[in-house]
Design a protein around this ligand. Structure first.
Ligand SMILES: *[C@@H]1O[C@H](CO)[C@@H](O)[C@H](O)[C@H]1NC(C)=O
Ligand SMILES: *[C@@H]1O[C@H](CO)[C@@H](O)[C@H](O)[C@H]1NC(C)=O
Ligand SMILES: *[C@@H]1O[C@H](CO)[C@@H](O)[C@H](O)[C@H]1NC(C)=O
Ligand SMILES: *[C@@H]1O[C@H](CO)[C@@H](O)[C@H](O)[C@H]1NC(C)=O
Ligand SMILES: *[C@@H]1O[C@H](CO)[C@@H](O)[C@H](O)[C@H]1NC(C)=O
Ligand SMILES: *[C@@H]1O[C@H](CO)[C@@H](O)[C@H](O)[C@H]1NC(C)=O
Ligand SMILES: *[C@@H]1O[C@H](CO)[C@@H](O)[C@H](O)[C@H]1NC(C)=O
Ligand SMILES: [Ca+2]
Length: 558
């Protein structure tokens, strides 16, 4: 096997100086080198190796943890499983997938929700793209907050420590296996993973050269508060016994009415509301007005909708969180998370196991005072709503962030708020901020993936369609995968992870990101905020002018 010789030839391509290394270094047998990692002593960094196994061929393997039983390995690699003690009462379990064909790059991966789940799909994706890839369980297994109760160490792993620890140990493993440290280090994650990436850039600015942060759940306490308030407006915890509750067949009606009022605002009736902030949804058109019709809403239900589609303000009238994006109500993933008449599970867990340490907490008491309380405590600095990226910027770090505009779990307004916070904090106007931080808003995309828009742009491994990815997360077997599935003649969707690499390593920043729809039929350029996606009669373009303006200046002619 030409293990390190192969790696070396890539190195030579990318970094000519390394061809000076002695040839003998390239003659190591990868399987033997992998087995040797079992004996490596990492006790000085509180880590132990559980196992190290070389996989010569694509295969399915059993996983660690409780989230998914089987993972796919697509390329030859050394799989290392390890545990790092982060305190006497907490530990992070992690895996490093070290591909035989290595680009010299390191990729750390994040988590989702309140998890707890090693991101096996992207370990496979990253290693297939020749990154030495690391993912952890974020300090606890599963996707609930129960273990946070009375244990600020496990909570700290989740809020701020696990990514830093997996990265530190991961880089040591890379050095041991390839006999050199990674040339460049990247991070990729979405949702909680997006927040973790932002946290790393803020607090560990030298961990990564590039961060890809999708739908980051920054301003976390207010997000938990907002989610809790939305469920309250809609009847939680009393479900269909509450007059505010809106049953699913009426949500279909609400969604239809929103699209009737707002789909065409962008000039194209396509089931996508390009700019939800331009949608001034008037729910009163759905009022029954005394009719005893099944297909209409009571005054109380319409009032609930008014609150859902308005921003959240605090007890003192201060703006806490943006509104639910009109059009996102029809998203398929997590569709009833906020509409079921039950408390949002993460908000309830956050109150019970973090804010109060009281598993008997009664959610019917939840209100704005609790939102203020969460924020005042800001448990282990979870908020991650800080615009001071100056240290990361000074090191030359780059951040790409993206957010779907039909995201029913985290409003896309949160990404705008963060962008504007950073701009304000650093005193940089967008054209200067864009030198290291770019936000791409993705019309018609749900939470991280999925939806009617051009939602695939390399933000994670594509498995035929992102619908299948949702199914895969629900523990079915992984399917054969290929990025090439998504290429249609004449248009190449972007790979946003490799765009980040190109930006960091070659200084070529992506002006736009091209996505392709789940059915493979539509591509569309996604614009970086504050540019607007605008239909010029023939095609979508990115324009500086407000949507609906007659003369948009094209991004490319800027
Ligand atoms: C981690 O903690 C466990 C349990 O406290 C202990 O058995 C183990 O030796 C520790 N590992 C390291 C590397 O310190
Ligand atoms: C290490 O992994 C291999 C392959 O899955 C397995 O056969 C072996 O039992 C594992 N060893 C330990 C100590 O878990
Ligand atoms: C890997 O695949 C090759 C070609 O099919 C086969 O010869 C080899 O035995 C396989 N290796 C393992 C470890 O299964
Ligand atoms: C909950 O437990 C954590 C960890 O022990 C502690 O820091 C916090 O003060 C506790 N909160 C309350 C309200 O008791
Ligand atoms: C909502 O989603 C369903 C299922 O995907 C679809 O059939 C329906 O047309 C959508 N409604 C609107 C208004 O887009
Ligand atoms: C946290 O500890 C307190 C004091 O020991 C206890 O009353 C409470 O039940 C614990 N909370 C949880 C959720 O275990
Ligand atoms: C949270 O932030 C405060 C204030 O900056 C700092 O003193 C503390 O160490 C931080 N905690 C963690 C877990 O990072
Ligand atoms: Ca439209």
């Amino acid at each position: 096997m030409s293990f390190l010789r192969q790696a070396a030839s890539k190195w030579r391509f990318l970094a000519p100086a390394l061809s000076l290394l002695a040839p003998s270094q390239y003659e190591i047998d990868p399987a033997a080198a992998c087995n040797a990692l079992r004996e490596i002593d990492l006790s000085s960094i509180s880590a132990i190796i559980l196992n190290a196994t070389y996989y010569e061929n694509a295969t399915e393997v059993e996983t660690l943890g409780v989230c998914t039983p089987i993972a796919q390995i697509s390329e030859p690699l050394c799989r290392v499983q390890f545990v790092v003690n982060t305190s006497s009462v907490s530990a992070v379990t992690a895996e490093a997938w070290l591909p035989t064909s290595w680009s010299g790059r390191f990729l750390a991966l994040g988590n989702g929700g309140l998890g707890g789940c090693i991101d096996y799909i992207n370990l496979d994706y990253g290693s297939s793209l020749e990154f030495a890839s690391i993912a952890s369980n974020n300090g606890h297994d599963g996707n609930s907050g129960v273990l946070f109760a009375n244990n600020s160490e496990i909570l700290e792993d989740f809020t701020s420590r696990a990514i830093h620890v997996e990265t530190a140990v991961g880089k040591e493993l890379v050095a041991a296996y390839y006999e050199r440290r990674p040339r460049r280090s990247y991070y990729m994650g979405c949702s909680t993973g997006g927040r973790q990436g932002m946290y790393a850039a803020l607090h560990y600015p030298s961990d990564f050269d590039g961060v890809l942060a999708g739908a980051p759940v920054t301003n976390f306490n207010h997000l938990m508060g907002w989610s809790g308030m939305i469920t309250k407006y809609l009847g939680a915890p009393h479900g269909d016994k509450s007059a505010n509750f809106i049953p699913s067949h009426l949500w279909d009606l609400v969604s239809e009415e929103i699209f009737r009022q707002c789909d065409g605002l962008d000039g194209v009736i396509d089931g996508i509301i390009t700019e939800p902030d331009a949608c001034d949804f008037v729910p009163e058109t759905l009022l029954c007005e005394g009719r005893s019709n099944e297909n209409c809403l009571s005054k109380v239900q319409v009032e609930a909708l008014r609150k859902v589609y308005s921003p959240l303000y605090g007890l003192g009238g201060d703006h806490l969180f943006p509104r639910f994006d009109p059009g996102a109500e029809n998203a398929s993933f997590g569709k009833w998370a906020l509409f079921s008449g039950k408390p949002f599970a993460y908000t309830e867990d956050w109150m019970k196991y973090v804010v109060l340490n009281d598993s008997s907490y009664d959610f019917s008491q939840f209100g704005l005072a609790d939102v203020a309380r969460m924020q005042a405590i800001d448990p282990e600095n979870i908020s991650t709503f800080d615009g001071d990226l100056s240290a990361f910027r000074a090191r030359g770090g780059k951040i790409i962030t993206y957010h779907g505009r039909a995201d029913n779990l985290v409003p896309s307004g949160n990404a705008k708020s963060l962008y504007n916070l950073i701009s304000r904090t650093l005193g940089l106007q967008p054209s200067t901020l864009d030198e290291f931080y770019r936000l791409f808003l993705v019309p018609g995309m749900e939470h991280c993936i999925g939806g009617k828009g051009a939602v695939n742009f390399g933000q994670r491994k594509s498995i035929g369609s992102s619908r299948l990815q949702h199914i895969d997360e629900k523990q079915t077997k992984l399917k054969e995968s290929s990025q090439e599935n998504f290429q249609v003649p004449g248009t190449q969707p972007s790979n946003v992870l490799l765009s980040l690499v190109d930006w960091v390593e070659n200084g070529r920043a992506p002006d736009t990101i091209i996505g392709i729809s789940d059915d493979g039929k539509t591509t569309r350029e996604h614009c970086r905020y504050p540019w607007k996606s605008q239909w010029d009669g023939n095609r979508w373009m990115c324009a500086k002018e407000a949507i609906g303006a007659q003369t948009g200046q094209s991004l490319h002619s800027d």
